[in-house]
Design a protein around this ligand. Structure first.
Ligand SMILES: Cc1ncc(COP(=O)(O)O)c(C=O)c1O
Length: 368
């Protein structure tokens, strides 16, 4: 049996063992370790923001972002219809009411015209914008709307670390933002995330909230909070790799470039769209198939050849837990659901493996 070519797995580089051993030898494994602070500084450098707080997950970072902005009961928060459940679940957890807005066909990110309609109707306290697949959303238009209607923006840049919008790194172009470092992300700490911050006031508030509402080791609380800080075991994994992040990003983009080139004359499917003036992190290289049947057929064909391809997100508003929420739909997220498939995109994918993926897709096309 040939070795499986996985969709997206960790590519642990750098002095991982050195930093893990350091944490163990110094007996500094908890979130209070200086290593966590060092990792946070490196994350902030990548995002080009002032501060970062490393968290146990990206999901926790999203919830922390909402609570830091004092969003809760009686507030409405807009989320895209096309995202991972963590985006909307964080809103539910905060006590606010999610409002779902559809996406545009050109970038699979929030549809700006529909968003303005929704803003006028529901007057949200915040909008969570997701940079789908690492492709930056239209931040210029979003910031214009923010100025006009006064609401907070949280960037869910879970898979968009290193991506750029008009030469600016995404993640903290507005109020707050988050990254995810789970196992399939551009950089992984096993499990983890980060809250990205530019304001010292928000940093102070987020820090207290992330540590059960405490400012120091005493059992005295300023507010009710959470236990969201990343441990030094995870931070050590991140710190070792983050020094090589630019190289990792280049590898991701190279994989996308090779797929782009291979598929440029194929009309059986289209490749993931990207806006002009942006640099995507190309987290998971994805194809839009003409139907769910075609998508299934390709996934199964590749599976038989030990190549893992997977359906991407299914829109939230059509799913049971989220049907109850107000939804501004143009039908695009629903139409795309179960038509998009992601291809092997790990940075340790060898050229030989990528060629095999491409060749198998060409064979599938010929057999059709
Ligand atoms: C868009 C988006 N937001 C949030 C998350 C949650 O991140 P985590 O798995 O680290 O909690 C993910 C994870 O894949 C995601 O894709």
């Amino acid at each position: 049996m040939k070795k499986k070519i996985p969709l997206s797995i960790p590519d642990l580089k750098g002095d991982i063992k050195k930093y893990l051993n350091k944490a163990i030898n110094e007996n500094w494994v908890s979130s209070a370790a200086p290593g966590v602070k060092k990792f946070e500084q490196e994350v902030a450098k990548i995002a080009k923001c002032k501060y970062a707080i490393a968290t146990i997950t990206g999901s926790a970072a999203l919830h922390l972002a909402l609570k830091t902005l004092k969003i809760g009961k009686r507030d409405k928060v807009i989320v895209p219809d096309f995202t991972f459940a963590a985006t909307i679940n964080a809103v539910e957890l905060s006590g606010a009411e999610p409002v779902i807005v559809d996406i545009g066909e050109n970038d699979w990110n929030l549809d700006i015209k529909l968003l303005e309609k929704a803003i006028l109707k529901v007057k949200p306290a915040a909008v969570i914008v997701v940079h789908t697949l690492g492709h930056p959303a239209d931040m210029k238009s979003l910031l214009k709307l923010k100025k006009k209607y006064k609401f907070k923006i949280i960037e869910d840049a879970a898979g968009a670390m290193g991506a750029e919008y008009l030469k600016k790194r995404v993640g903290c172009m507005a109020d707050l933002g988050i990254f995810s470092f789970n196992g399939n992300k551009v950089l992984t700490t096993g499990s983890g995330g980060a809250l990205l911050i530019n304001s010292i006031t928000l940093l102070r508030r987020a820090n207290i909230l992330s540590k059960q509402g405490k400012t120091n080791a005493d059992y005295k609380y300023i507010c009710s909070g959470y236990n969201y800080k990343m441990s030094n075991i995870n931070a050590s994994l991140g710190y070792a790799q983050i020094k090589l992040f630019n190289q990792t990003l280049k590898e991701k983009l190279k994989i996308a470039k090779i797929y782009d080139f291979a598929f440029k004359n194929i009309d059986k499917f289209s490749v993931m769209p990207r806006n002009k003036n942006v640099k995507s992190s190309c987290w998971l290289y994805s194809l839009k198939m003409s139907s769910k049947k075609e998508a299934k057929s390709l996934i199964n064909y590749l599976k038989k050849r030990n190549i893992e391809a997977r359906f991407f997100w299914v829109n939230l508003s059509s799913q049971k837990p989220y049907k109850k929420y107000n939804c501004f739909s143009n039908g695009i997220a629903r139409k795309l659901s179960e038509k998009i498939i992601s291809l092997p995109s790990s940075t340790n994918l060898s050229q030989k493996e990528q060629m095999l993926v491409i060749k198998s897709i060409f064979n599938w096309i010929q057999k059709k």
